[in-house]
Design a protein around this ligand. Structure first.
Ligand code: GLA
Length: 750
């Protein structure tokens, strides 16, 4: 004790002795006059952003602040919200702020945080105008906000898709001040949601296990879903979520649900902050992680779109809203039918020659498939791409493997009535490649530090326009290899580690954003020149699954895990946010190459048929019987695949909560439907039958039910005509109780 007292008194004596010296060093500055800039008063008003049955209400207060009052069911007279009292005390500043900026009395999670040239960090946004336009069935509302001290302007843009009940929202931040500013946080959108309880559904995962479901009731403080992977942004988490309101249970059919998805292919961050009033503020946008972005005078930063939907009929309707929007607006090529295909990867990997490919094409044609896709391994001469260890970056045809060239193979496919597709991975290079040796400055790297490899490869720096030209060139040159190329599989197989860009120099913190914008620049050019080519987005499976990429890509490879059992969970998770027309799903060999699991060919087909069907195996290893069965499944799929591509999805049973996964797609006029049922676990035969309650049918219509791809049905009503009412209320009971068994039914109104 005595020692402590002695120490403290010595320390105090030192402080007193040093204080005058310190004071002498500090320059005395005369205090500045403080004047407060006047904020113009405005008329209190309601801004309603409306779709057919939903409504987002923004309230402009007389002091110019803009608050979010409501996102939910539509109220006939939005002006009634003029009476709305947010109920938040002054302690919480102007809580429920529509686009909260760091500054003023707002001290929660901001959507915007700016560092000004003088080092000050406060921004206060006030209403400066509203502008409305309308085109077809999309109404656009632009709300202009302004900081009257620094001149910074923010335009909040809301595109309301009337028919789909979807609202897209992003911000446009303009530096209208006199000096450069640095954006620290620059979210796309923020949504204040009122309620007591919020059940958050989001995804997690990894390679070969993407889109696994996580659920939690949010507690106070902040929950964040985000990625810092840079590329392959969605391998671990997806920028999408559902919030079931005022409940702790997830329902497909009941209750209020808000769903969201950020259209961005890089680092994202979505935060959910439950405040002391129990309400929730959601802030969604580009992840501010290591991404300060300088804006020159008069420069505008346009943030990516956040896709919002509200459903008062549970999660099922929320998914259907987003799917409908995606098919009509959000996905390149929409719901147009894409061909069934045979992909060479799991059937041949890197070891093939012309003969191998021609025979695979013959077999694909014989089974009724419509396209052949030549995957990895066809390129590089000095460092032949015979494994993933070399050659990536050197995009000349390997004439040792294919002396006749790609046109020969593509033309052969066309002569057999098949389309032809080919694989590229243009943003990457193996260190063992001519590209890496001639262009070390194009590699993402940081001075003096090891350039880490993943799958033996390095990443090219897409923030550099020369690299963008190169990557575009890889696509373009590949397309020139044959006029018969109909499809490109565009892969990207590693994340960003230890980033650094020779091109960006001192602006390193722009890397993550400029990389993604570089990718979009490339894809814009691709689409200008090749509007009709089908382009698949692949990233070690489903590591680039987001609505930023789907603007340019027709579909994605959902996972490198082709085990049908695993796919059930992956495809269920993806179906929450992405429509079936985008999900490429292939039948592969058994034992499965990822899991070694063995499933029946029927089970594999039944799972793959619920998306865009393909096969990915060596057909010559199939028996005659198996080929005939494949032919049968492909033929039946073709007869109702329009429902998979464009129908409304109803999830009937979740593989996360039951032994069954069951789903169905229904045509818009409810005259046709296809039902998929899968049993994951063995259930004692004593269960007799399992009853599913079908959804989305017309109760008054009579449907003929036909089980597909079997000689003997497991449904006693097979071949009969049954009412929608019966099928939706307990009449659809089938004998499905074996591990990894399945059944598919086609329903047609008579
Ligand atoms: C990635 C893809 C696979 C395949 C290989 C080729 O892993 O996800 O489908 O194309 O690359 O190397």
């Amino acid at each position: 004790m005595n020692k402590i007292v002695r120490f403290l008194s010595i320390a105090a004596a030192m402080i007193i002795a040093l204080a005058p010296a310190y004071a002498r060093k500090v320059k005395k500055v005369a205090p500045k006059e403080h004047t407060t800039v006047e904020i113009p008063k405005v008329t209190k008003q309601v801004i309603a952003v409306e779709t057919s049955s939903t409504q987002l209400i923004l309230l402009v207060n007389a002091n110019g602040t803009v608050q979010t009052c409501h996102y939910g069911r539509k109220i006939a007279d939005p002006n009634e919200f003029l009476n709305y009292n947010s109920g938040l005390g002054s302690l919480y500043g102007d809580g429920a702020v529509t686009y909260p900026a760091q500054g003023g009395r707002f001290i929660s999670e901001p959507a915007l945080s700016v560092k000004y040239a003088d080092g000050y960090r406060n921004t206060e946004l006030y209403f400066a105008g509203v502008n409305r336009t309308s085109k077809d069935l999309v109404n656009t509302t632009e709300v202009l906000l302004k900081d009257y001290v620094t001149g910074l302007e923010v335009k909040l843009v809301y595109d309301a898709y009337l028919k789909e009940d979807v609202i897209l929202s992003h911000s446009e931040i303009t530096n209208a001040g006199k000096a450069p500013v640095t954006l620290i946080d620059y979210a796309s959108s923020s949504m204040y949601v009122r309620g007591d309880k919020f059940l958050l559904t989001h995804t997690y995962g990894d390679w070969a296990a993407e889109m696994q479901i996580d659920r939690e009731v949010l507690t106070h403080n902040i929950k964040v879903i985000e990625t810092k992977r840079g590329t392959q942004a969605t391998q671990w988490n997806n920028p999408s979520f559902m919030l079931s309101l005022n409940t702790d249970s997830f329902s497909e059919t009941d209750g209020d649900v808000i769903a969201g998805s950020l259209a961005w292919s890089g680092n994202f961050r979505i935060s959910f902050e439950k405040d002391v009033t129990h309400n929730l503020n959601v802030v969604a946008g580009i992840n501010p992680f290591s991404s300060e972005y300088e804006l020159a005078q008069n420069q505008t930063f346009i943030t990516p779109d956040m896709i919002w939907t509200f459903s008062s009929e549970g999660a099922g309707q929320a998914s259907r809203n987003i799917h409908a929007w995606a098919r009509n607006f959000g996905v390149y090529g929409g719901a147009a039918i894409k061909p069934t295909l045979l992909n060479s990867w799991e059937g041949a990997y890197f070891s093939f020659n012309t003969e191998t490919l021609l025979r695979m094409i013959d077999d694909a044609a014989a089974m009724g498939l419509e396209m052949f896709v030549l995957d990895d391994g066809w390129f590089a001469m000095d460092y032949p791409r015979d494994s993933d260890k070399q050659g990536l970056g050197d995009w000349e045809v390997n004439t040792k493997k294919i002396p006749e060239g790609i046109d020969y193979i593509a033309s052969y496919a066309h002569s057999k009535g098949l389309k032809f597709g080919i694989w590229i991975e243009p943003e990457m290079a193996n260190p063992k490649s001519n590209l890496a040796k001639t262009h070390p400055d194009w590699i993402v790297r940081s001075p003096g530090r090891e350039i880490y490899q993943q799958r033996n490869q390095w990443l090219l720096d897409l923030s550099n326009p020369d690299v963008q030209d190169f990557v575009y060139g890889v696509f373009d040159n590949t397309m020139q290899l044959s006029k018969n190329i109909d499809y490109i599989k565009f892969d990207s197989n590693r994340p960003v580690y230890s980033y650094g860009s020779d091109y960006l120099g001192k602006d390193q913190s722009k890397f993550y954003v400029d990389y993604v914008q570089g990718l979009y620049n490339i894809m814009r050019r691709v689409r200008e020149k090749y509007p009709d080519t089908i382009v698949q987005c692949c990233s070690s499976g489903g590591a680039r699954v987001d609505y930023g990429s789907l603007k340019y890509f027709n579909e994605y490879w959902a996972s490198d895990d082709t085990d049908a059992m695993e796919r059930i969970k992956i495809q269920y998770g993806t179906s929450l946010f992405y429509p079936a027309c985008t999900i490429a799903s292939h039948v592969s060999a058994v034992p499965n190459h990822q899991t070694t699991n063995v499933t029946s060919l029927k089970f594999r087909f039944d799972v793959a048929c619920s998306g865009r069907l393909g096969m990915e195996l060596q057909p010559k290893n199939l028996t005659e019987e198996e080929r005939a069965f494949a032919d049968r499944c492909i033929t039946s799929y073709k007869s109702w695949r329009d429902l998979v591509f464009a129908g409304d999805l109803y999830r009937i049973s979740s593989p996360y909560e039951s032994d069954y996964y069951a789903l169905m797609y229904v045509s818009e006029d409810k005259s046709r439907a296809v039902v998929f049922t899968y049993c994951a676990n063995y259930l004692n035969r004593a269960i007799g039958t399992k009853t599913f309650t079908l959804q989305g049918l017309d109760p008054s219509k009579k449907y003929k039910v036909t089980e597909q791809n079997v000689d003997k049905s497991i449904f006693s009503g097979n071949g009969k005509t049954l009412s929608g009412e019966y099928l939706m209320n307990g009449g659809f009971n089938i004998k499905l109780f074996k591990t990894m068994s399945s059944a598919v039914f086609y329903l047609e109104a008579q």
